[in-house]
Design a protein around this ligand. Structure first.
Ligand code: GTP
Ligand code: MG
Length: 220
């Protein structure tokens, strides 16, 4: 594979652009596969238990500029093999659940599939981040069957509740507005909001359990 040289002629540039487009396509296919898996789990679980553990699914493919910006920022080698190995969030899928207990259900059903390999797992729910961030993060790899080869592609999967997601979206906006330098009083307000979101999650979980328990037919 050619490396990126400062003195590329137009033919070299075209060849690199084609390689990069092909490379990024693999991540789009990986998102398609993971999304299909999660949709199947949602429908199947709903059919078996008359209950839907997933509120919605989002996905995003990292923009090429953001991929290259991360490679530069983290000082990774600027070639496709290095990007594949080091930048593990090019394909991102977010699963939003209603209840905390749904998160591990989804996690276990995914991780148990034989074509999925877990490369990394971060449980920011058991151990929330100092700013209050809660979410379960998995980096998995999945085989993508191309016309001429099979590639194992990494995908970042974030699983969280509606309350966790609501908080994270706002925190993200604030973080960007202040370019990472969030004033201490706002940090405090965000920590309080994270507390309230966690309390809401626990309350909803216990109500859910109560209803779930009461709706089961009593043994005769
Ligand atoms: P990069 O930040 O992408 O280098 O990943 P990392 O190795 O630090 O992994 P981590 O699991 O901490 O974060 C991955 C992703 O989770 C981020 O890109 C965000 O989408 C999300 N995330 C992590 N921490 C926070 C946080 O404090 N607030 C918000 N809103 N999102 C977060
Ligand atoms: Mg980070």
């Amino acid at each position: 594979m050619r490396s990126w040289q400062p003195s590329l002629d137009i033919e070299d540039f075209r060849a690199l652009r084609e390689q990069f487009t092909d490379f990024m396509l693999g991540y789009k296919f990986a998102i398609d596969e993971i999304t299909t898996k999660i949709n199947i789990l949602r429908e199947d679980f709903n059919n078996a238990h008359e209950y839907n553990p997933i509120e919605h699914i989002n996905s995003r493919l990292k923009a090429p500029e953001s991929v290259l910006e991360k490679v530069r920022r983290k000082n990774y080698a600027m070639n496709l093999a290095s990007i594949r190995e080091n930048v593990l969030d090019i394909a991102g899928v977010r699963v939003i659940c209603s209840f905390i207990s749904d998160i591990n259900k989804i996690r276990d059903m995914l991780v148990g599939q034989e074509d999925i390999t877990v490369l990394d797992e971060r449980d920011y729910i058991s151990r929330r981040k100092p700013n209050g961030y809660r979410s379960l993060h998995l980096i998995v790899s999945i085989p993508v069957f191309r016309s001429d080869r099979v590639d194992r592609i990494p995908v970042e999967i974030q699983i969280r509740t509606i309350a966790m997601d609501f908080w994270a979206s706002l925190e993200h906006k604030i973080y960007y507005k202040y370019r990472g330098e969030v004033p201490p009083n706002l940090q405090g307000e965000l920590a309080e909001a994270a507390e309230a979101a966690a309390a809401l999650d626990e309350k909803m979980e216990s109500l859910h359990r109560l209803v779930d328990h009461n709706s089961r037919p009593r043994p005769t």
